[in-house]
Write a protein that binds this ligand. Structure first.
Ligand code: B12
Ligand code: SF4
Ligand code: SF4
Length: 368
């Protein structure tokens, strides 16, 4: 196919990126389609150090996730884009509720994707190949956005956009179109600040821009299996995601007055409903969340910890729900129900015996 005349590169680039902005992407720029050597080295090194825990995502195949050519053969440029999110967290409604991180309260990924698709389709119509990515294992979104000059890496590892903070989702369009590439990266904007490092409830920010996933609540909420005992109390009311290292960041705090204008849909999830509904409706309720293997048992496990942290021990509904989970077929859920009961001072609900070694080890534990 004959590609469009792009002899005036800057003009053509502007015409494509303008389409993205008009379609809702607040920030758009262009990065080179080169191998991202730094990100590749970091992915390999952090995996070797155990900092990525059992995460796959971009760690699964660093050669692929750091090379735009692997996605689009002959790629010449990568359009990078960001869309802001964020709302004030309203006071928790009555009864035990789990909090949902701001990025997951609405489908911001889809909003950004639709803007990316407009640019992708324009490039294709002009005879180029183009593929769009948001939160995909094939592309390290922050590094490519940084290379496109969208923002700087904060000490909390998030990409911050000057004047817009870090509460943005990121995406890209890899294309064979020879677009005008942005050559400068954004200078550091953190300076001597370290608010996020001190604010992290589990000390998971172990170096500037380095997260130890084994301690990060955002990852532990997604990881299957036993939730580490040492972070259950620290989990507090979080049911999906964690915003502490962003909500405390002065760059975001500054923007709060504007964010208060935004709606805060789905900021709280009723814990007892989560624990008492069937798998199918629970799966529907959390359809946009990353749930490994779509096994909602992980969500129930998290909900039991939240119930242990914020439930009212005198409520019949709370006691009834915990009792039911103490008799659940699944040993993982029984084990976390034991923890919730003890955390609420409801040891009288425990029988002290169980056929599962996992549950017995929970019953024998001498600390919470
Ligand atoms: C795996 C993953 C996670 C993991 C691991 C996070 C992590 N820091 O790596 C978990 C589950 C913990 C997670 C949590 C969150 N995530 Co996440 N996650 C991803 C995913 C899928 C891959 C990220 C990745 O490749 N990490 C690998 C490591 C190597 O990258 P890194 O930590 O960013 O490392 C860089 C810096 O260290 C930097 N660097 C190098 N040297 C130096 C030196 C200095 C001084 C500094 C400051 C930095 C720096 O270079 C490194 C390489 O790029 C991306 C989507 C995607 N496909 O890219 C989303 C993504 C990164 N996540 C996102 C979001 C929104 C979140 C949460 C805010 C969600 C929440 N509220 O719970 C938290 C934030 C936690 C945090 N502080 O990072 C957004 C980030 C948007 C932004 N503005 O940055 C992304 C881009 C999704 C998207 N498309 O919008 N996430
Ligand atoms: S998301 Fe939460 S647990 Fe993870 S680094 Fe940020 S503050 Fe710490
Ligand atoms: S809290 Fe401070 S150090 Fe952390 S990302 Fe924000 S500006 Fe940077």
């Amino acid at each position: 196919m004959q590609s469009a005349d792009v002899s005036d590169l800057q003009r053509y680039t502007d015409s494509v990126t303008r389409l993205g902005r008009e379609a809702g992407a607040a920030f758009v720029s262009v990065a080179p389609a080169l191998i991202m050597h730094r990100a590749r080295e970091v992915l390999i090194a952090r995996k070797a150090q155990g900092l990525s825990d059992t995460m796959e995502f971009t760690y699964r195949n660093p050669e692929r996730s750091t090379d735009p050519q692997r996605s689009v053969d002959g790629a010449k440029a990568v359009i990078v884009a960001a869309l802001g999110y964020g709302s004030d967290t309203p006071v928790s409604p009555s009864g035990p509720h789990g909090s949902v991180a701001q990025y997951a309260r609405e489908d911001y990924y889809e909003k950004l994707s639709s803007a990316l698709r407009v640019m992708r389709d324009k490039l294709r119509a002009d005879g180029f190949r183009a593929l769009d990515f948001v939160d995909d294992n094939s592309m390290v979104d922050r590094e490519i956005a940084w290379l496109g000059g969208l923002g700087w890496f904060g000490k909390n590892a998030n990409l911050l956009i000057r004047g817009a903070g870090s509460m943005v989702v990121l995406g890209s369009v890899v294309t064979t179109a020879p677009l005008k590439v942005w050559r400068e990266v954004e200078p550091d904007g953190c300076g001597s600040c370290r608010v996020c490092i001190d604010a992290c409830p589990t000390a998971a920010i172990v170096g500037d821009g380095v997260i130890d996933a084994r301690r990060c609540l955002s990852w532990l909420l997604q990881k299957p299996g036993v939730f580490p005992i040492e972070y259950r109390a620290a989990l507090g009311e979080r049911l999906y995601g964690c915003d502490d290292c962003q909500e405390t960041c002065p760059e975001n705090v500054r923007l709060l007055p504007t964010r208060r204008m935004a709606t805060a849909r789905e900021s709280w999830t009723p814990i007892l409903e989560v624990l008492n509904e069937d798998d199918e409706s629970l799966d529907r309720r959390v359809k946009r969340w990353y749930v490994p293997g779509r096994d909602v048992k992980v969500v129930r496990r998290n909900a039991l910890i939240v119930l242990g942290n914020v439930g009212d021990a005198s409520s019949d509904e709370v006691r009834g729900t915990i009792t039911r989970y103490l008799r659940h077929d699944d040993e993982l859920l029984r084990a976390h129900a034991v923890w919730a009961a003890r955390r609420l001072g409801l040891s009288e609900l425990l029988s002290g015996e169980d056929k599962s070694e996992l549950v017995m080890s929970e019953l024998r534990r001498d600390h919470l």
